[in-house]
Design a binder for this molecule. Sequence first.
Ligand code: ATP
Ligand code: MG
Length: 348
Amino acid sequence: MSTSIGQDIKSQTVENTSAQTKKRVFSGIQPTGNIHLGNYLGAIRNWVNEQDRYENIFCIVDLHAITLPIDPKELHMNIRKLAAIYLACGLDPQHCKLFVQSHVHQHAELTWILNCFTPMGWLNRMTQFKTKAGSNLDTVSTGLYDYPVLMACDILLYQSHYVPVGDDQRQHVELTRDIAQRFNGLYKEQVFTLPEAHISTVGARIMSLEDPTKKMSKSDPNPSAYITLLDDPKTIKKKIGRATTDSERLVKFDPQRPGITNLLNIYQTITGQSKEEIEATFEGKGYGDFKAALTEQLVATLEPIQKRYNEIISDIPALEDTLKKGAENVLPLAESTLQHAKQVIGLG
Ligand code: ATP
Ligand code: MG
């Protein structure tokens, strides 16, 4: 039934899967603003810690970044800054393919195809769209609504096994599985690998410092709501000092007190200590002592990252070269998956 081109491509995909000894991981971050503690603790730090265990593909998802209005110069620079953050946090191009989503056109092409296999009812259930669109349903872009399908394609193009993300992306990875399962089932062929979300037990949902009932987000208009990876010690001290807590002044994990619990979660994720150990350390002490200790931990964590970042960002041509090589490396797999999908549908 297939053309010889289709058969070649299919056998490439199979070979690619069988020759693979390590499971493949895919994840990405939008170059929409300042990378914050939530992005680091919920995503990047886990990628770095596990990079030897897996075959890694990490993307700068710039096509996602245009789902909401963004200044062209800012986007251009954000892409490079995010690449420098990836490297400064410890991603090693020897172990990871790092690339920019728009450099690999297959992401956009597969998105059109899978749009045609995704019922609108499934997208209507996506909570992130509702949060981001708010009351602007008539004016937000179609791209914002379609964001989860683009994300599904990012993952599926690379036959990814695992998707290490923060808790807010759980629903999108589940949707990715549903789309893949539907497509494979319809054509009775294993075109896409079904991915699993990898969400860590600590640090997967860091909350806003201003409103601890909302997640920390790059797109939050209030910079006091987040700590960026590039904040200097004075700014960190100020933001932690102002972070919302409560009037009880008891340094204990308590879901009824989301402000102090969020700060304790950050402390726990950074230090690796247990809840009991932390509560014992701060027994009889007030929020002031705890906030000072948290500030110290944050500064010690971020300082080496910032030092490396400043070195890396000073050589943009080298960064661009790394990203170009990354795109060249991932392109054959993206193309083989796309061609396989087109072939089973009967396109072309
Ligand atoms: P935006 O507001 O532009 O959506 P964002 O802060 O949500 O930005 P993303 O680029 O959407 O960041 O997400 C990048 C990664 O960081 C994803 O894996 C996401 O799950 C993770 N992440 C984002 N925010 C948090 C958070 N508050 N806590 C833990 N992980 C997070
Ligand atoms: Mg987000």
